[in-house]
Unconditional design. Sequence first.
Length: 84
Amino acid sequence: MAKSNSAFMKPMSVSGELAEVVGKGPMPRSEVVKKLWVYIKKHGLQDAQNKRNINADENLKKVFGGKKTVNMFEMTKLVSKHLS
C-alpha cells in the first residue's frame, strides 16, 4: 500500500479571509484547494482566454494580497500564507 503524504493531509487553521471563500477550518490543504476551485467555477472567475489565470472577486482579492489576476501556480503560493 502506498503511504499518503501526512503533511498534505494534516488539518490546518484557515485565516478569516480564506474562510469567507472555503468555509471555516481546520481542514487539510487538499480540501482547501478543492473548495477554492469549486468557488472559482461557481462564480465564473477562471479567465476565458487563458484558463490558467484566475480573475479575483472581492473575497479572493483579500486572499490574493489585493491582486486582481493570478495564475494557478501563484494562487497556491498565496493561499498557503492563509494556512497555519
